[in-house]
Write a protein that binds this ligand. Sequence first.
Ligand SMILES: CC(C)(COP(=O)(O)OP(=O)(O)OC[C@H]1O[C@@H](n2cnc3c(N)ncnc32)[C@H](O)[C@@H]1OP(=O)(O)O)[C@@H](O)C(=O)NCCC(=O)NCCS
Length: 176
Amino acid sequence: MFRISKRKVTKPEARLLVRQIKLTPNIMGYSLTEWMTAEHIMVAEDENGSFVGACLSYDFHEDWNKIAALFVLKEFRGMGLGRSLFDKSCEDALKRRKNLYTISANKIVIKMMQDLDFVTFDSLAHLPKSANNKYKFVFYSHHLKWIANFYRLQEIARKTILYKSQKKFVYGVKLC
Ligand SMILES: CC(C)(COP(=O)(O)OP(=O)(O)OC[C@H]1O[C@@H](n2cnc3c(N)ncnc32)[C@H](O)[C@@H]1OP(=O)(O)O)[C@@H](O)C(=O)NCCC(=O)NCCS
């Protein structure tokens, strides 16, 4: 039995997430401080209350929420937890009347986006009309802010060298 709930992560959980996410090329990374201070996190726990996965999302504008990092511990993958965390994070943001934005290079997550009817595109230059008309500046300034983070810059550089592969990221938006 697993439980998904919205709550803050503890410092040991945040440390575990940072450590584990360093090992995946699919998430550029969020710092310990970002995990500790984030307001919107869905957490999956096993029957003993032990942490097994999380989905971090945050509002980057009064109308927009970004599903930023989805992670399930290796031994608990393939049991539906990733999808539940993703679905519940989307539901939570939509309930708060936020449009959704996410980016992924992971085919499992790209399928989750498609199953939830996200409109997908291949770069910010191809933002769908529905978002582009009113929010182009919001997306570009969010992206600049996201990248202008010392921890992330370090991780992007490290992962680009380490994994070498040029991952193809898929962008998605869903209006509430
Ligand atoms: C991506 C991730 C969160 C998925 O978590 P998960 O708990 O294994 O996912 P689920 O068990 O909910 O599976 C979701 C769907 O993917 C499918 N799936 C799971 N593992 C798969 C695999 N290895 N290959 C193909 N499909 C797979 C499942 O069948 C399921 O499909 P369905 O809901 O249509 O039946 C997990 O693999 C992970 O943490 N990966 C490392 C970090 C990462 O890449 N995060 C995504 C960054 S955007």
